[in-house]
Ligand binder design. Structure first.
Ligand code: HEM
Length: 401
C-alpha cells in the first residue's frame, strides 16, 4: 500500500499555500495512501462528502473498528451512536438557549475598547491584541464561566493544537514529545473544567447542561470532556478562523467595505470560511472493507478528509481560488458535514461580525502593516501574527514609493 506521492503538510511552501498543493494532488492522485500519517488522503469534494455522510462505515468512534480509545478522548467529537445523539442534543439545546446577539454586542464593546486603548500605537498585532481576547471572552460568556487569564489559557490551547500534528513529525522523539505535551495540556484543561463544575455557574451553557444532565443517559466524563472540547475547539477555531478571514479581507481591501451590507455579510461569512478554512481536515476509521471510487479500503484503515481541499474543488465551486463574497450556492465544508457538523457555526458568525462591525466604525481603514506569520501547524490553519494599522493610505505602497 505505498505510493510515491510527496505530501508534507508542514513544509514551508505547503503551509504558505496548501491550496496549490491540494489542486496538484486532486488532479494527479485524488486518493492516496500516506505512509507516514498511515492513512488515505482525500482531496475531492465528492469523496470527502461520501465519507462524512456514511457514518455507519466511516466511524468517528474508532472503538467501532476495534481500537482502544482512552477515556479523556471520549467526547461529542469522538463518539458515535448510541451516545452521540443524546449528548449532542444536550449541548445543542444549551446553545440554542443563549442570547447570541447579546454575546455579540458584548464582544463588539470589547473590541471597541481594545481599539480605543491603542492610543498612538501606529501598528499592532490583530491576533494577540484583539482576536484572541475577543474569542476567549465570547466563549467564556457562552459557557457562563469566569474568563480565564489569556496567556495561561492560550498556552494550553496552543499546545493542544500543536499536538494534533504529532504524526506529521519525521522523528520519533519529537512525535512522542508533542503527544506527551498534548496529554499534559488536556489534563490542565480538565482541571480548569472541574473548577467550573464546582463553582456556582452564571447563566450560560454550562449551567444549562448541568441542570439537564440527568435527562441524558451517558457517563459523566463524556459531558465533562465535551465541555472541554467546546471551550478549547471553540476558542482555537475562532482565533484561527477569524485570523484567516481578516487576512483574506485585508488582501482584498475592496471587500471590507462591502460587508456593511447585511445580506452580503451573510454570504460573505460563508465565503470567508470556505476560502481559507481553519480546520483543514478530520479523520474517520473504516468499520468494514469498502471502496471510495476505485480504491479499496480495509477495515481499520484511517481516512483523512481534507476540508481545505474539498472547499477549493473546481468540480463543486466555480472559480474556486477567488474570494467572491456573494457566492451562491456555497455548500462549503469548513464546518464539516453529516452528524458531526460543527455546533459553533452561528456563534462564530456572531463573533466575527462583532469584530468587523467594530473595525468598520473606525474613521480610517484597517490595513496590513507587514507580512503575517503562519504557525507551523497543519490540522488547524493558524496565524501567529497579523500586523495591521489604521491608515488612509496603504503602508506597503508607502514603503514602496
Ligand atoms: C471558525 C470557526 C470554526 C470552524 C471552522 C469549526 C470547524 C469544525 C469542523 C470542521 C467540525 C467537524 C469535525 C469532524 O467532522 O470531525 C467541527 C465540529 C465541532 N465544533 Fe467547530 N468549528 C468552529 C467553531 C466552533 C465553535 C465556536 C465551537 C463551540 C462553541 C465549536 C465546537 C465544535 C464541536 C463541539 C464539534 C463536534 C460536534 C460533533 O462531533 O457532533 N466549533 N467544527
Amino acid at each position: 500500500m505505498t505510493t510515491s506521492v510527496q505530501y508534507n503538510p508542514l513544509d514551508a511552501a505547503t503551509l504558505a499555500d496548501p491550496y496549490r498543493v491540494y489542486a496538484e494532488l486532486r488532479s494527479t492522485t485524488p486518493i492516496f495512501w500516506h505512509d507516514q500519517m498511515e492513512c488515505w488522503v482525500l482531496t475531492r469534494y465528492k469523496d470527502c462528502q461520501s465519507v462524512l455522510l456514511n457514518p455507519e462505515v466511516f466511524a468517528t468512534d474508532w472503538r467501532r473498528a476495534g481500537e482502544t480509545v482512552a477515556e479523556p478522548w471520549l467526547s461529542l467529537q469522538t463518539l458515535d451512536p448510541p451516545e452521540h445523539a443524546p449528548l449532542r442534543s444536550l449541548f445543542m439545546n444549551a446553545l440554542r438557549g443563549r442570547d447570541l446577539n447579546a454575546i455579540g454586542a458584548r464582544g463588539e464593546a470589547l473590541v471597541d475598547s481594545a481599539l480605543d486603548n491603542l492610543g498612538d500605537k501606529a501598528e499592532f498585532d490583530l491576533i494577540p491584541e484583539v482576536i484572541a481576547p475577543l474569542a476567549l471572552a465570547t466563549i467564556s460568556d457562552l459557557l457562563g464561566i469566569q474568563c480565564p487569564e489569556l496567556s495561561t489559557f492560550s498556552n494550553i490551547s496552543d499546545t493542544i493544537v500543536r499536538s494534533m500534528d504529532a504524526s506529521l513529525e519525521p522523528d520519533d522523539k519529537t512525535r512522542a514529545e508533542l503527544r506527551k505535551q498534548g496529554i499534559e495540556a488536556r489534563a490542565q484543561l480538565s482541571s480548569l473544567v472541574e473548577s467550573w463544575f464546582e463553582a456556582d455557574p452564571n447563566p450560560g451553557m454550562l449551567a444549562d447542561v448541568t441542570s439537564k444532565r440527568d435527562s441524558v443517559a451517558v457517563p459523566d466524563h463524556f459531558v465533562r470532556n465535551t465541555v472541554r472540547v467546546v471551550f478549547q475547539s471553540g476558542y482555537s477555531s475562532i482565533v484561527s478562523g477569524a485570523g484567516n478571514a481578516m487576512l483574506a479581507l485585508l488582501q482584498h481591501p475592496e471587500s471590507v467595505e462591502k460587508l456593511r451590507d447585511p445580506e452580503l455579510f451573510a454570504t460573505g461569512f460563508d465565503e470567508l470560511m470556505r476560502y481559507d478554512c481553519s480546520v483543514q481536515g478530520t479523520s474517520r476509521m473504516a468499520t468494514r472493507s469498502t471502496t471510495i471510487g476505485d480504491t479499496a479500503i480495509e477495515r481499520g484503515d484511517v481516512v483523512l478528509v481534507l476540508f481545505g481541499a474539498a472547499n477549493r474543488d473546481p468540480a463543486q465551486f466555480p472559480r474556486p481560488d477567488e474570494l467572491l463574497l456573494d457566492r451562491k450556492p456555497n455548500q462549503h465544508m469548513a464546518f464539516g458535514r453529516g452528524p458531526h457538523t460543527c455546533v459553533g457555526n452561528l456563534f462564530t458568525q456572531v463573533t466575527l461580525q462583532a469584530l468587523i462591525k467594530s473595525v468598520l466604525r473606525r474613521s480610517t481603514p484597517l490595513r496590513l502593516a507587514a507580512e503575517p506569520v503562519r504557525r507551523r501547524t497543519a490540522t488547524m490553519r493558524y496565524l501567529d501574527t497579523l500586523p495591521v494599522t489604521f491608515s488612509a493610505e496603504n503602508p506597503t505602497e508607502q514603503t514602496a514609493r
